[in-house]
Each structure stands twice: as C-alpha cells, then as structure tokens.
Design a protein around this ligand. Structure first.
Ligand code: NAD
Length: 492
C-alpha cells in the first residue's frame, strides 16, 4: 500500500522547478508561465519555468545515462514491480495531484474518484503485465542461418502533451514506454503543467531509477526543442493537427526520430431509426459534455435519421440546455461541469459560436455562463451549411451540430466527408447494419451503440489527419520498440 503521509492538498507555488534526474532543479531559463484558474481567472502561479535549450540538453544527457545505466539491467519483472508500486502509491496521492491540476485545467474534481483514477490505475496495471510478454521471433536454420528477432527499446523518448487530461495522458504514454525499457521526458501543456510536475517524484518513489522519467514544463518552444533534438529517438505527441505537423517536420529535418501523433477529431455519431433512442441520447449527450467538450473523441457531429429526428432533437436539446445548471466550481466535489481551460479558449469558442449563427441554426446555449470565469453554456446547432465552420472544424468546446439524414448511403457520405478520422459511433439494433456501417466509417475507432469511449486493451488512434500510429494495448508497445534481427551462421 502507499505512504500514509500522502498530502491532502498540494500548493501550486511549490512547483517552480523542473524534474530532472530524480530531483526538482532550478531551470536555467528566466521565462515563466502565468497560470490562472479558469473558474475566476485568479492567479494560480507565475513561477513555473519554461525549460530552455540548456534544460532540454541536461535532461537528454541524464536520460541517455539512465537508459544505459541500472534501468537497462533491471529484469522485466522488476519493471513490472515499479509500475505496480506506482499504481499503489497513486491510490493515496492521486487525489491531491489531480486536484492540483484542476486549478488550471478546470476539470471537475468530481471526475477524480471514478473516471480519472480508474483510467490511470487500469493503465498501470495493464502495462505492468506486459513487460515480459514481447517475446520476439525465431526462424530455423533451413539455409544455414538461425534468425532471432528481438523487440528492443528505442532509447530516449519524449511525450508532448495537450492540456485536457494531463496526468492521464502522461501515464498513458509512460506506462508502455517504460514497460518496454525506454526512458521518457515529459513536456506537459503550458496551460496545465502542475500535476505532471508533481508526478515526477512519484516515479522515483515507485523505484524507477533517476533519469528514467523527467518532466520539463514549458510552452511550444520547449516542445520544439524536443522535436528537433538529435539524441531523442521518439516523440509521442497528443495535441492539435497543426502542432502535430510541425513536430513531424522537425523530426524529419533532425534525426528522423519516430513520431506517433494523436490529433484532433470531429467525431460523428449516427442514430438510425431502429436505435434504442434512450441509449443513443445517454451516450451522445455525455459525449459532448465530458470535460466541457474538451475531449478529442467528443461526438460533435450528430446525424439522426429523419423519421426519428424530431423526437431525438427535442430531447437532446432539452438535456443539453439542462446541463447548463451543472456548470460550477470545478473544485467543488458536487459539481459535474467546469469551465473551458482558459480565456483564450473561451474567446475562441465564443467567436466560433457567433460566426456559426450565420451558417446554422443555434437551438440552445453558446453564451457566457455567470459573470466571471471561462464558462460557456453547452450549445446545439442544427441544419449547418455543408461547409460551415461549426460543422467542419474541431471546436474543442461543448458545441454539437445535428444534421438529419435519409438513409445509410446518405449518412456515410456525410460522416466521411472530413479530414478527421478519430472516432465514430453507430446506433442501431440491426447487427448487420452495425457491422456494415462500422466497416465503411473512415475512423480509427468505431463504437456500436456507444461513442466517445476508449478501451485500454484495444488500439486507439486516428485515420487521415487525426493522427499517425496507435496507442493502447499491444500496439503501443510496438510503437516504443523496434525489431532487431540477429543472423547466426551455423556453419562457422
Ligand atoms: P496544442 O497542439 O496546442 O498543444 C499540445 C502540446 O504541443 C503542448 O504541450 C504545446 O506546448 C506543444 N507545442 C506547441 N507548439 C509546438 C511545437 N512547435 N513543437 C513541439 N511542441 C509544440 O494542443 P492543445 O490545445 O493542448 O490540445 C488540444 C488538441 O489536442 C485538440 O486538437 C485535441 O483534439 C487534441 N487531442 C487529441 C487526443 C487524441 O488522443 N487524439 C487527445 C487529447 C487531445
């Protein structure tokens, strides 16, 4: 079990250093982030450093030493032990760490005991079981050569993370990366770095040697230094399409480091007339409200068949309108919905909603909620122009667009007419239709009678401009290793 002295709260001002080689050290940069609480724009901290080139080089140097040091000598079972110990430690510490994160992310602390904790714990338990299962391959000496294939770690990897679920994203990348014997430098978002900085020390407490995990706070400039670094062998990126492209370019122009990209989405949910409408409502409403719409797999395009459209749209809109009453203080454990992450995101989403009124019909929401903070009332548009911004672009806020359709061909054409391809959902009781439509939807993940849902055991990732590569399951392990072939001459 974890330590009995776990703190109940963490002071954001206590995180003014980078986590390098097992210690919180002063940055050599003189630039700092200004972090505010989006519930009222009050100052949370202005002393979180923006790691510079010197800091990045120092972390890479320690990462290389750790990769070749005691970490490389640890058995697979010892690596499992570290992951399990971390899962246990977090039982006592995660509440404080995620509450700290909530101060800048605006994610409701009510999500912590269930959704967040389960996801993080399950990820650590899942990958702790994988450390000794990548067994490689063997081919007999039919031609005089025995062939052995080993799955070997890549070395120094870096995770560049988005703002919306910082600690969950860190764990999701760290667990398969470390399970396969790599080392990791984490660069959290400039909007939400605190929980990730706090996580650094947890790894060492769990037995990971210094330098195996390091956390560098910073902005895009820090991310760019990692992306072009000649000694980093892989970037695992989650974030927007435009940043993903910049990272891909930097990787190609530097050392051809491996790149995994988990990018944006504009996920369609398709409700056929034979669907269980109550089930479809539960999933689609939940999918646009979670984290106030700041989720990559959020079901932002809802297609409903004409014969059931009136009934569905009325109830969907009623529930979205009612959800405005759930908005509140994210640090209050009874509150379900929080603000958007910051003033920039708030202004961006408000502007998109205003422009959207000229291209679609706004049924409900989209206005500022309350007097202060970055709260926006969840919004529903219907009947968008086919190239409307609200219909085509990722908004990353609680804004859904509903469109009706005639038949299967009609809706498949509409749903696939996008550059995104992360997730989709199909709601029907007809198993043949479910299987047919799921194979024709051009997305990396398809939910049948569910949407905006991820499962640790199965690959997750996007098609088209929603990404490259897959996370989760065994696929993530493959993305952190490369095969090495050993040819043994049996006639020497
Ligand atoms: P973002 O692209 O603005 O930033 C993500 C990270 O990239 C941050 O840490 C940022 O500092 C860093 N960065 C910025 N410029 C960089 C550069 N030139 N080089 C290297 N790093 C740089 O994304 P965001 O606003 O934090 O997150 C929202 C986006 O993330 C949405 O598009 C959302 O769909 C996507 N997202 C995707 C998934 C997924 O699994 N597919 C999950 C969550 C979020």
């Amino acid at each position: 079990m974890g330590s009995v002295q776990a703190p109940k709260t963490l002071d954001p001002k206590g995180f003014s250093r980078l986590y390098i080689n097992g210690e919180y050290v002063k940055s050599s940069s003189d630039r700092y982030l200004t972090l505010k609480n989006p519930k009222d724009n009050s100052l949370v901290s202005e002393n979180v450093p923006i790691a510079n080139e010197h800091d990045v080089d120092l972390a890479v140097k320690h990462a290389e030493a750790a990769f070749c040091g005691p970490w490389s000598k640890m058995t697979a079972l010892a690596r499992s032990g570290c992951l399990l110990k971390l899962a246990d430690l977090l039982q006592d510490h995660l509440l404080a760490i995620l509450t700290l994160d909530s101060l800048t992310s605006g994610n409701p602390v009510s999500l912590i005991p269930t959704r967040e904790t389960t996801y993080i714990r399950n990820c650590l338990l899942y990958y702790s079981g994988w450390t000794d299962k990548l067994k490689g391959d063997y081919f007999p000496a039919d031609d005089g050569f025995v062939k052995l294939v080993r799955q070997e770690p890549l070395g120094v990897c870096a995770a560049i993370n988005p703002f919306n679920a910082p600690v969950a994203t860190l764990i999701l990348k760290a667990a398969p990366c470390l399970a396969t014997g790599n080392v990791l430098i984490v660069k959290p978002s400039e909007k939400t770095p605190l929980g990730s900085l706090a996580m650094g020390a947890m790894f060492e407490k769990a037995g990971f040697p210094p330098g195996v995990i390091q956390v560098l706070s910073g902005d895009g400039s820090t991310g760019a230094l990692l992306a072009k670094h000649m000694k980093i062998r892989k970037i695992s990126f989650t974030g927007s399409v435009s940043t993903g492209k910049a990272i891909q370019v930097a990787a190609a122009q530097s050392n051809l480091k491996r790149v995994t990209l988990e990018l944006g989405g504009k996920s369609p949910a398709i409700i056929f007339e034979d669907a269980n409408i109550e089930n479809a409502l539960t999933w689609t409403v939940g999918a646009i409200l979670a984290r106030s719409g700041q989720v990559c797999v959020s079901a932002t395009r809802v297609y409903v068949q004409e014969s059931v459209a009136e009934e569905f749209i009325a109830e969907y809109t009623k529930r979205i309108a009612a959800a405005a009453n759930d908005l509140g203080d994210p640090q209050d454990a009874s509150v379900k919905l929080g603000p958007l992450v910051d003033e920039t995101q708030f202004r961006r989403v408000r502007a998109i909603v205003e422009r959207g009124k000229t291209e679609a019909t706004l049924l409900v929401g989209g206005t500022r909620h309350g007097e202060t903070g970055c709260y926006i009332e969840p919004a529903v548009f219907i009947n968008p122009d086919i190239d409307a911004e609200v219909y085509k672009n990722e908004i990353f806020g609680p804004v859904a667009v509903i469109k009706t359709f005639r038949d299967e061909d009609d809706v498949l054409r509409l749903a696939n007419d996008t550059e995104f391809g992360l997730m989709s959902g199909v709601f029907t009781k007809d198993i043949s239709r479910a299987l047919r439509v799921s194979s024709l939807l051009d997305t990396g993940v398809v939910g049948v009678n569910c949407v905006s849902y991820m499962n640790m055991q199965a690959p997750f990732g996007g098609r088209k401009q929603s990404g490259i590569g897959r996370e989760f399951g065994e696929y993530a392990l493959r993305a952190y290793t490369e095969p090495k072939t050993v040819l043994i001459n049996m006639n020497a």
